[in-house]
Design a protein around this ligand. Structure first.
Ligand code: NDP
Length: 496
C-alpha cells in the first residue's frame, strides 16, 4: 500500500474511523472462460476467429475471453435481427411484447445480486452503487417500457406509430447494464429488433443478460449481442440497420453522424458533458455538499452528466470549500466489492491515463489541487478524489470532460454571471441548482442550456423522465414517452 500525501492546505482530518471490510462474495457469479457472440438466440463462434480478454480493473486479473466481431459477424447479426423482425416480432400483438419486457424486468430483479457483483467485477464501480442504483434502475426501465408497449396509439395519438426495423445500439463502459436497458427496453416496446454492442472493457453483464433473454423465452434473433472494440461499432454503423443509438464520446458521435449523413438511417446521440453544479448562498450548505460529492464522485466521475464544474457564489466560497474538503477525507477508495467503498476502480488504464493527463494540465495551468490523504491498492487503476480551486474558465479542466473523480471549482457573484459561466461550454447535457428560492430555480432553468436540470439534488434518474442533451452533448431523448419516439416512424393523419 502506498500513502498519498495531503497536498495544498491544512484542512483538518476528522478522527479516522476504521471500517472492517465487508466484501460481497463473488461466488454467485459463474464465468465461462470464453464466450461467443449472441446471435439468433445462441452463442456462436465469431467468423473473425479473433478473441480478446476482459479484466477486473481493480486487480488487473483477466476474467474471460470475448469475440472480436468482424464485419461478417456484424452482417450476420443484422441479418438475423431483420429476419426476426419480419418473421413475427413486428407483427406480434403489442401485449405480447409487453409480456416479454415484464418477464425480463422480473428476472433482472430476481438475479440482481448476481448482476450487481458482475457489474462491479468487470467495471470497477462500488457494489453499493451497482446494487442500489444500476440494477434497480435497469429493471425499472424494462417495467416502464413494458407499460408502453401496448399503448403506443395513446402515446402518440393520431400519428399511427410503426417500428423502424433493426436498431443498432452502441453503449459505453460507465453504466453497462443500465445503458443496455435504456437502449433495449424502448426499442423492443416499439416493436423493433436489436443488435447491441457493449463497450470493449465491460461486456460481461450484457452477456449474462443473454441468459435472461433465454429465460424469458424471447424469440431468437429479437436481441443480438456482439462484442468487440470500436471497429465492431464502426462496422455496425455501416451495416444494414435502420437506426443507430449511440452513447459515448462526442468525438465518436461526430464520426457516426458524418458516416450516416444522407443514408436515411435514424440516429440518436447521447454524448459527453461538462455540467455546472451551481451553489447559491441561500442553499442548505450541508445538503449541497452531499449533492456536490454525489455529483462528481458517484461512479468515480465516469458519468456523462457528472457535476464536474462547481460554480459557487462568492459569499459562501470559503465555508463551502472547507466543508467539502472535510467531507472528502471521509470518502473510502478501494475494493469495489466492499460494501463500505465510496469510490471504486477507474475503468481502464487508458481512462486513468486520460485523467492523469488532465489533472497534470490543471496544475500546470495554475489551478490549486487538493487531494485528501488516501491509501490506494497497489494493483489496479485508481485515482484519489480531487478538487481544483483557483480555476479559470479557459483551463482545460474547466472545458474538457475529464470523466474521473476530479472537480473544478469556479465562483460567481450574480445569477446572470452563474448562467453565463454555466453555458460557457460546448456541451449541454445537465446542470444542478442549489437555492431555497423556487422562483430562482425556475429563472435559472429557463436560461441554462442543458437537457436535464436538477434542483437541490443531483444525479437522480427515473425511467419516466426523458434524458438527453443539447449542443455537443447530442440529440434525441432516452426515457419517458419521448424515449419511444426515436424508435418509431409515423404516418401522420389529418387529425380527428
Ligand atoms: P467511445 O466513444 O470510444 O466509446 C463508446 C462506445 O463506442 C464503445 O462501445 C466503443 O467501443 C464504441 N466505439 C468506439 N469507436 C467507435 C466508432 N468509430 N464507431 C462506432 N462505435 C465506436 O468512448 P471511450 O470509451 O473511448 O471514452 C473516451 C471518452 O469519452 C471518455 O474519457 C469520456 O470523456 C467520454 N465518454 C462519454 C460517455 C458518455 O456517457 N457520454 C461514455 C463513455 C465515454 P469500444 O469500447 O470497444 O472502444
Amino acid at each position: 500500500m502506498t500513502e498519498l500525501e495531503q497536498r495544498g492546505d491544512r484542512t483538518p482530518t476528522p478522527t479516522a474511523w476504521e471500517y472492517a471490510s465487508a466484501p460481497e462474495s463473488r461466488e454467485i457469479v459463474k464465468l465461462d472462460e470464453r464466450y461467443g457472440l449472441f446471435v439468433g438466440g445462441e452463442f456462436v463462434e465469431p467468423r473473425s476467429g479473433e478473441y480478446y480478454a476482459t479484466i477486473n480493473p481493480a486487480t488487473e486479473e483477466p476474467l474471460a475471453e470475448l469475440p472480436q466481431a468482424g464485419p461478417e459477424d456484424v452482417a450476420l447479426a443484422v441479418r438475423i435481427a431483420r429476419e426476426a423482425f419480419a418473421n413475427g416480432w413486428s407483427a406480434a400483438a403489442p401485449v405480447e411484447r409487453a409480456k416479454y419486457l415484464y418477464r425480463i424486468a422480473r428476472i433482472l430483479q430476481e438475479r440482481s445480486r448476481e448482476f450487481a457483483v458482475l457489474e462491479s467485477l468487470n467495471g470497477g464501480k462500488p457494489i453499493r452503487e451497482s446494487r442500489d442504483v444500476d440494477l434497480p434502475l435497469a429493471a425499472a426501465h424494462f417495467f416502464y417500457y413494458a407499460g408502453w408497449a401496448d399503448k403506443l396509439e395513446y402515446a402518440f395519438p393520431n400519428r399511427r406509430p410503426k417500428p423502424l426495423g433493426v436498431a443498432g445500439q452502441i453503449i459505453p463502459w460507465n453504466f453497462p447494464l443500465l445503458m443496455l436497458a435504456w437502449k433495449i427496453a424502448p426499442a423492443l416496446a416499439a416493436g423493433n429488433t436489436v443488435v447491441l454492442k457493449p463497450a470493449e472493457t465491460t461486456p460481461l453483464t450484457a452477456l449474462l443478460f443473454c441468459d435472461v433473454l433465454r429465460q424469458a423465452e424471447l424469440p431468437p434473433g429479437v436481441v443480438n449481442i456482439i462484442t468487440g472494440d470500436g471497429a465492431t461499432g464502426a462496422a455496425l454503423v455501416k451495416s444494414d440497420v435502420d437506426k443507430i443509438a449511440f452513447t459515448g464520446s462526442t468525438e465518436v458521435g461526430k464520426a457516426i453522424q458524418r458516416e450516416l449523413a444522407g443514408t436515411g438511417k435514424k440516429l440518436t446521440l447521447e454524448l459527453g458533458g461538462k455540467a455546472a453544479n451551481i451553489i447559491f448562498d441561500d442553499c442548505a450548505l450541508d445538503q449541497a455538499v452531499e449533492g456536490i460529492v454525489n455529483g462528481i464522485y458517484f461512479n468515480q466521475g465516469h458519468v456523462c452528466c457528472a457535476g464536474s464544474r462547481l460554480l459557487v457564489q462568492e459569499s459562501i466560497y470559503e465555508p463551502l470549500i472547507e466543508k467539502l474538503k472535510r467531507r472528502l477525507t471521509t470518502l473510502r477508495v478501494g475494493d469495489p466489492l466492499d460494501k463500505n467503498t465510496d469510490l471504486g476502480a477507474i475503468n481502464s488504464r487508458q481512462q486513468l491515463e486520460k485523467i492523469e493527463e488532465l489533472v497534470a494540465a490543471g496544475t500546470e495551468e495554475g489551478a490549486e489541487i487538493y487531494q485528501p490523504p488516501c491509501r490506494l491498492p497497489e494493483k489496479g487503476y485508481w485515482f484519489v478524489p480531487t478538487v481544483f480551486t483557483n480555476v479559470a474558465q479557459s483551463y482545460r479542466i474547466a472545458q474538457e470532460e475529464i470523466f474521473g473523480p476530479v472537480l473544478s471549482v469556479l465562483t460567481f457573484r450574480t445569477p446572470d454571471e452563474a448562467v453565463e459561466k454555466a453555458n460557457n461550454t460546448p456541451y449541454g447535457l445537465s446542470a444542478g441548482v442549489w437555492t431555497e428560492k423556487g422562483s430562482r430555480i425556475l429563472w435559472m432553468a429557463q436560461r441554462l442550456e442543458a437537457g436535464v436540470i436538477w434542483a437541490n439534488t443531483y444525479n437522480r434518474f427515473d425511467p419516466a423522465s426523458p434524458f438527453g442533451g443539447y449542443k455537443e452533448s447530442g440529440f434525441g431523448r432516452e426515457g419517458g414517452r419521448h424515449g419511444l419516439e426515436p424508435y418509431l416512424d409515423f404516418a401522420e393523419t389529418s387529425g380527428g
